[in-house]
Design a protein around this ligand. Sequence first.
Ligand SMILES: [Zn+2]
Length: 334
Amino acid sequence: MSLPISRRHLLAAGTAVGLAAGLAAPRPAQAAAPMLGTLPPAWHRFKWGAFEATVISDGHLPLGKPADSFVGPGAGDIPAMLTGEFLDPSAATLEQNILVLNTGRQLLLFDTGMGESMGAQSRMFGPTTGRMLANLRAAGIDPAQIDMVVATHAHCDHVWGLVDERGGRVFPNAQVAINEADVKFWTDDANKRGPEFMPVFIDGAKKNLDAYRDRLVMVRDGQEVVPGVTAIFTPGHTVGHTCYAVASEGRTLVNTGDLAHHQVLLLRQPLMEFAYDTDPKRSAQTRARMLDRLATDRHAVLSYHFPWPGLGHVRKQGEGYAWVPAPMNVTSLG
Ligand SMILES: [Zn+2]
């Protein structure tokens, strides 16, 4: 048998090193290992009662200077709050945690991440978003298997992954469940006023939702979207923002969407406001009410923008709340 040159070369080198090793010096490194600079797939799987849940990351969402996004009551304390929690006071970076839920009968995807449907606009928060599809596939899930995309609201980082850049459906077999008020608001050109992000947010929502017009499920407060998944109307961040309670075998996990964007700032100061809120005052009231309910009922929480993978609980602390992350080694929470 003739060995390839490289293999023969290695064997010879090995012999030489073996001889040398008997005599003296430790074997020197052949070459420095290259830095890889790549990210591992980001998904996390756990059982929830009879359901199987997988959290998929769409990547980091850098917001820039915290004072540009978080305003109103308590905003003066932002640098101290971030520094005290060992976070960068000059930049806030959110996560995008997408829940995939297999109920045994249906496969649901809660929000889609930024996607790539809007070209350069899909990178408005930088190059780190848009990883949902790669991570979904890495977790062993084909987009064609998704029966329903359940949207918390129609903002870019939640529905712009519904279609590809040509407008084709990324989830060919899926219905899309979303509150009707959000569909109406974010597909209406008359709302292209106010903050400068409004026109592109509306164009993106139109492109993504229009492709599913014949398969939209308009979700109302208290509606059971599929058995075990119940909508909780939580307006303010958008007019139709909706949380979803996932219940199985007596345990409840609440997918809170954008009820709170930051695990420190908006939990310590629930009445602080967020610059992307459609109705900041109503959003703050909704947040305060829901945080109280989550803490009192001791429900587990999956938060879209909290540190990966966004699983944990909310605990009362002082005048506000604290985020208690769930250990990663648990297979079930609650
Ligand atoms: Zn969001």
